[in-house]
Design a protein around this ligand. Sequence first.
Ligand code: IVH
Length: 672
Amino acid sequence: MKDLAQIKERIEQLRAAINYHNYRYYVLDSPEISDAEYDLLMKELKQLEAEYPQFLTPDSPTQRVGAAPVEAFGVVEHPYPLLSLGNAFSKEELLAWYTRASKLVAEQQFNLVCEHKIDGLAVALTYINGHLATGATRGDGFRGENITQNLRTIRSVPLSVPKEAPPRFEVRGEVFLPKAGFNKLNQERAEEGLPLFANPRNAAAGSVRQLDPRITAKRPLDIYIYMLGYAEGKATPPTHWETMEYLKSLGFKVNPNNSLFTTIEQVEQYHHTWVERKESLAYEADGIVVKADSLELQRQLGSIGHEPRWAIAYKFPAIQGTTRLIDIGISVGRTGTLNPYAILEPVSVGGVTIKQAALHNEDDIRRKDIRIGDTVIVQRAGEVIPEVVGPVASKRTGQEKMFIMPSHCPVCGAVAIKPEGEAMSRCTNAACPAQIQERLEHFVSRGGMDIRGIGESQSAMLLREGLVKNVADLYYLKEKKEQLLKLERMAEKSVTNILNAIEKSKERPLSRVIFALGILHIGEEMAELVAKHVGSIDRLRNASREELVSIPTVGPKIADSIVAFFKQKENKDIIKRLKDAGVRLEEEAVRPEELPLAGQEFVITGRLETSSRQEAEARIKALGGITKDNVTKKTTYLVVGVEPGSKLARAQALGIKQLTEEELLKLLEEKA
Ligand code: IVH
């Protein structure tokens, strides 16, 4: 048996290394090692912790994946209440706030920090003796929910901080779901017939306030820290700006768009800039937060009730408009859901013309009391799909009509039913052309089999021409090349590209196939969990309801849906034909050490002519190679581009092998 002290030391080394690389990757966006190298560190740590559970600690990076479900959230008392903010909606209101504050502290002018007001969820993180001890929601400001386990799963939340940090302190920040993650999550939920999140804030809150941290872990949540709540046992900087710099040095993620100003005019300018540019942000922001920089001034200004006098939210003008709701249309989703959407008199909202908007589901329409013919308020937020906020009841004429969900599918005419407890009505005909088309589009989509060249119009055409009746037929299209060539806008080149893309898709991982099949209630996250567990389609197909519910996070609803899917004859045929065509239906475990460039270190110097350095590095990494910035004895190859730097001399001194760009490309091609 190995010396326990040595084991413990190795575990600590691994944790330190993984924490460091997490920080490089998630906070600085600047990784130093390849994913494969990272995975190896993680694997070794997991093994050691499994073998020596006495050394397992809750702040180990292995614990981010989410521990077992918590029974219910406990309560956390906030030692200092979490405040909210007063609002300014105009320049005048901003100036009024500033003037009043200036008078109160008898300062003509004071420094101000501007930050984005991110639409997420406020959290407080407490660190004791270097470790994350609790993470809590704001709650009523005095008492919040204990969501430590869930916050641990967010990669940009440090689980531990350097020794220099105060022995006990609390930071506050905003947890959010970037716009892209929000749209994707909602799209998935719509396809699965689950209720949609109304905005990224609700989605972030819904993801964090999950009883099962494993679900939180799957959502691409992020955090920006925006203040130090308190610190004990160590002096901290006297200004907010310096405090943020200090927190950055401790490993916290602070918004790089924050700015420090000396005048209120500069604040106005910052606001103006971001009103124009907010669409370009990856997250949803509804304004800026202006804070007095000096913490001493903050203390002097104090607060009234829940609102501090030292800070204010200066809102962005809402991008809303009013227009007439001409009608409510219905589109049929992949799983047969009848999705209502608003058909609007075109209106320009923040420079974009809106003709249609989301109307989630029947209950939502009822709740908001939206009637056909109403004047409605529509809202657009970033890249989020526009939505109808509600009616302007005062504009009613009495001619408006209540919306009634059709009892039959508007496409195929089959009966629609609304299962007990579900928000959506569904067309009951699995052979409904609208459903088939949606299933095909889903199958080829990016998150699915990712078959480029087949989009909405090509799917419609293939179905219309009878070349494809279900998703498996795609893999037999190569036998029908002649027919394909006869179709509109299908020249030799596009047909070849499509057929190649179909061939390539045979190698997609099992989780993607499971997701692509479009089983009711199986989104990307669930498909991954299930794939990992079963390892093959055959095992999934033959699994009983009991076996399925024993998979963590798979509930009876999902289990029933899987069983029902594989019971249908058409689906059995599809699986068989996918298998016959050579689609991979098993998890393939590629071990990083088996990749062709495993263990080889590449350093690039100078400019590359045929590709960017990033692209080249990505290709090297994809084959298991490692890329480094500096030449050392361990370097395998120095790739020499145009105008090489000092690395060349160092490589020559160390006798490191050199590659020209051409030689590198050749090597990559050979090994791929
Ligand atoms: S400072 C007293 N800074 O806005 C200071 N808050 O209404 C209060 N928020 O619940 C917080 N971004 O969750 C601050 N950069 C930022 C913020 C921010 C978003 C949220 C926060 C709070 C709400 C205040």
